[in-house]
Design a protein around this ligand. Structure first.
Ligand SMILES: Nc1ncnc2c1ncn2[C@@H]1O[C@H](COP(=O)(O)OP(=O)(O)O)[C@@H](O)[C@H]1O
Ligand SMILES: [Mg+2]
Length: 326
């Protein structure tokens, strides 16, 4: 472990491919011991960004530090502090899961005994014990992804990069991956993950950078990002649908906006930028004798946040449901 407060500090990172500024001045600050999510659609520059931080690509501009160490000038030290798994990691197809982990362990300087013990422990943690002796060629995509992550954890690096760890996984394997990521952080690691899934960033990440066309377009906690667009909805269900007309009139009077009644008119949705007005509305309803069956406030989803910030929606990766053979 290192004592630096920040696992990642990137300032003005740039990567240019020909005419394409794939990463165009990205700043990122990741506190040690947290999960940080880099969220963006396909081609946004996620992989290129973390490749520079992981010393796999040389930046064309800006600088990156991992626990205070420069990714270019101190690349060797940085490599000892990180684990990288994702779209570019691979393991030997002909060997079994056991053998792969053993080899990784030995390459990382563990004794034969330590490498065996560590391999067995990780296979257990990732629910792969039953498949330990099976060659990788017989593994499903989800199992392979888990083995890949296990391999990257042999050295227990303080910082782990996960490039789209759950893209294309079936929901169950995805849930397992999320548990694993939470476990990693609970045991002291810092995780920087990229994702195209808004719910994944929302569920896992302490902070999120929304990236689009090589630029960070928003940054904050999931709740901050949602609050930043300020359009929670107030959902009202009336006890008596005959009062819908009067209710809509009062909503417009108090909020200055139109409420939208549901087709059967029992439910009214009101865009709400000022939560303080809710009290005024309830008082107005009471004086008018309008009774409510239910009242709730719905926060905007990250989908809506993304749309508002970038002007376009997220094109999610094709879902390919994989069969788990275990
Ligand atoms: N090695 C490369 N050579 C040329 N262009 C690349 C290379 N890698 C990525 N790109 C381009 O850079 C942009 C960002 O790509 P990438 O970082 O892979 O995005 P993401 O991971 O968010 O999908 C894309 O336009 C992509 O086509
Ligand atoms: Mg990518």
């Amino acid at each position: 472990m290192t004592s630096t407060e920040y696992a990642v500090e990137a300032r003005g990172l740039v990567k240019v491919f020909g005419q394409n500024r794939a990463v165009d001045g990205v700043d990122l600050t990741v506190k040690a011991g947290t999960v940080y999510g880099v969220l963006g659609p396909n081609g946004a520059g996620k992989t290129t960004t973390i490749s520079m931080l992981a010393t796999l690509l040389r930046p064309d501009g800006g600088e990156g530090r991992i626990f205070g160490h420069d990714v270019v000038r101190e690349a060797q030290i940085v490599r000892q502090l990180i684990g990288v798994t994702g779209q570019y990691a691979s393991v030997d197809e002909k060997l079994s899961a056991n053998e792969n982990l053993y080899i990784f362990g030995r390459l990382l300087g563990l004794s034969s005994k330590q490498a065996k013990a560590k391999g067995a422990e990780l296979l257990e943690a990732f629910g792969l014990t039953d498949a330990a002796t099976r060659p990788l060629a017989k593994f499903s995509g989800g199992m392979r992804r888990r083995l890949d992550l296990a391999a990257s954890l042999i050295a227990q690096p303080p910082l782990i990069f996960l490039d789209e760890p759950t893209t294309g996984l079936d929901p169950r394997t995805r849930g397992q991956m999320w548990d694993t990521i939470r476990q990693l952080v609970a045991t002291g690691s810092t995780v920087l993950l990229t994702t195209q899934y808004l719910d994944e960033a929302d569920q896992l990440a302490d902070r999120i950078a929304v990236i689009d066309a090589g630029k960070v377009v928003a940054e904050g906690t999931g709740d901050e990002l949602k609050a930043s667009i300020g359009t929670s909805s107030l959902i009202l269900r009336l006890a008596d649908t005959n009062e819908t007309g009067e209710a809509l009139r009062l909503i417009e009077q108090v909020f200055g906006v139109q409420g939208t009644p549901s087709p059967e008119a029992a439910r009214i949705t009101v865009p709400m930028s000022d939560a303080d007005r809710v009290t005024d509305l309830l008082l107005a309803f009471r004086s008018a004798g309008i009774r409510l069956a239910e009242l709730s406030v719905q926060k905007p989803t990250l989908d809506e946040v993304f749309l508002t910030i970038t002007g376009h929606g997220v094109t999610e990766a094709e879902e390919t449901t994989e069969e788990v053979l275990a």
